[in-house]
Unconditional design. Structure first.
Length: 130
């Protein structure tokens, strides 16, 4: 989906990922803002990617849960999501994220999120079952 929605990977570092999503009508809600589902998608991908930077070889992560608080409408030409791991656990990795709407170069916080990523061995993911 990253490619389909033109998501850009702006930064990758151990425990940290920054993704951005350009505005277009396919990610808008009825009033012309970024849709909450688009914000949720960006949070899910950024938090999973941040967690994936701290797991061991042969492991991957799956979203166990996430919670988003929308604090302002997503109005702008793009969204930027900054995700950082809180603690690199062996089975769960909590990750926090902040999503900003960028308009005319000014960032406005529009959502904060907390996610839990489950750590899984690749060999446990056969046949679409985790």
């Amino acid at each position: 989906m990253l490619h389909h929605l033109d998501v850009r990977i702006d930064e990758v570092a151990p425990g940290r990922v920054v993704l951005s999503l350009p505005f277009r009508k396919e990610v808008a809600q009825q009033n012309g803002f970024f849709h909450g589902g688009a914000i949720g998608f960006l949070v899910d991908d950024a938090t999973a990617a941040a967690a994936a930077t701290v797991v061991r070889d042969g492991e991957t992560v799956l979203t166990a849960e996430y919670k988003i608080n929308f604090v302002a409408p997503g109005v702008g030409e793009r969204l930027v999501c900054r995700a950082e791991t809180i603690k690199a656990g062996r089975t769960l990795i909590p990750v926090e994220a902040r999503v900003y709407a960028v308009k005319d170069g000014v960032e406005t916080l529009c959502a904060v999120a907390l996610a839990s990523m489950a750590v899984r061995a690749f060999d446990r993911l056969k046949g679409g079952q985790a």
